[in-house]
Design a protein around this ligand. Structure first.
Ligand code: C2E
Ligand code: CA
Ligand code: CA
Ligand code: CA
Length: 275
């Protein structure tokens, strides 16, 4: 039996070791990326259906890797969260987003994704304050996107922080609405400025009646609570038509534009204003 145990141990160890080593290497690479400025933000416009203008850009993190090229967040944000590195990366992103947004017209906001790990970190409000102060961006031009999962460990402290940010003048959006922690009680605890309707619902509205019913209810709920709505991942005209019919306030997706590099945002604004 002892022999078997050792045999089993020897058999599994190298595989576990390889996974752990890969993760450790990614962590080291992420630290290096932060130290040497390999992160970028791309910006995806959010098109306001009432004013027919771009009202906001969502800042989306990219890793401009020296050998592998642009790496999307799905490939490194989870490890950055596990290791806590997301706090420093997110701080960089907050500063960079505010710095870029200053170049846009006064009525164009920037939306920044904030991971629950960052949000629960005690220094978060200060990071926002610093980014606004250093860039000179008026707080009302900054929107923070959080997901329902921040409420998993209780509402009290989170709601207090949301109120502090709101007092600064920052807007708060609830991202990926309908996909996470599914109690609606937090909608009573805090008046969000916006609900972002997850792409998974938008994907099926051209073909699936139940998806249309869900999207319609989210929009009605948002209207009743004086919140705006953004539909994410809009790719087709038919989806846009349904969203428009049900009174969605704004859309984001490849139909209108992919995320673009910072240096292309002004041209995009000029083009859409002229159209
Ligand atoms: P998200 O916040 O839900 O962002 C929307 C994602 O959908 C983006 O992917 C965007 O490029 C993609 N998208 C937009 N329109 C379309 C469309 O029409 N079709 C399709 N197929 N996709 C579309 P991206 O940039 O890869 O980001 C993925 C996720 O990574 C984000 O999801 C967000 O959760 C996270 N993330 C991005 N930037 C940051 C950041 O600065 N901090 C943190 N903590 N997370 C971030
Ligand atoms: Ca988002
Ligand atoms: Ca989202
Ligand atoms: Ca999403």
């Amino acid at each position: 039996a002892k022999q078997d145990g050792r045999g089993t141990f020897r058999f599994f160890e190298p595989a576990l070791d390889a996974a752990a080593r890969k993760r450790r290497q990614l962590e080291l690479d992420l630290r290096e990326a932060l130290a040497t400025g390999q992160f970028r933000l791309h910006f995806q416009p959010i098109f306001d259906l009432k004013t027919e203008r771009v009202g906001c850009f969502e800042a989306l993190l990219r890793w401009d890797h020296p050998e592998r090229g642009m790496i999307p967040p799905a490939e490194f944000v989870p490890v950055a969260e596990e290791t806590g590195l997301i706090v420093a990366i997110g701080e960089w992103a907050m500063h960079e987003a505010c710095r870029q947004a200053i170049a846009w017209p006064d009525d164009v906001r920037v939306a920044v994704n904030v991971s629950p790990i960052q949000f629960r970190n005690s220094g978060f409000a200060n990071i926002v304050f610093q980014a606004l102060a250093r860039s000179g961006l008026p707080p009302k031009r900054l929107e923070i996107e959080i997901t329902e999962s921040v409420f998993i460990e209780g509402e009290g402290p989170i709601v207090d922080l949301l109120h502090r940010l709101r007092e600064l003048g920052v807007r708060i959006a609830l991202d990926d609405f309908g996909t996470g922690y599914s109690s609606l009680s937090y909608l009573r605890s805090f008046p969000f400025d916006k609900l972002k309707i997850d792409k998974s619902f938008v994907d099926s509205i051209a073909s699936d009646e139940s998806a249309v019913a869900i999207v319609k209810s989210i929009i009605d709920l948002a209207n009743a609570l004086h919140m705006e709505t953004t539909a994410e991942g809009v790719e087709e005209d038919r989806q846009l038509a349904t969203l428009q019919r049900h009174g969605c306030s704004s859309i984001q997706g490849y139909l209108f534009s992919c995320p673009v590099a910072a240096e292309d945002t002004l041209e995009l604004l000029a083009k859409t204003a002229a159209a």
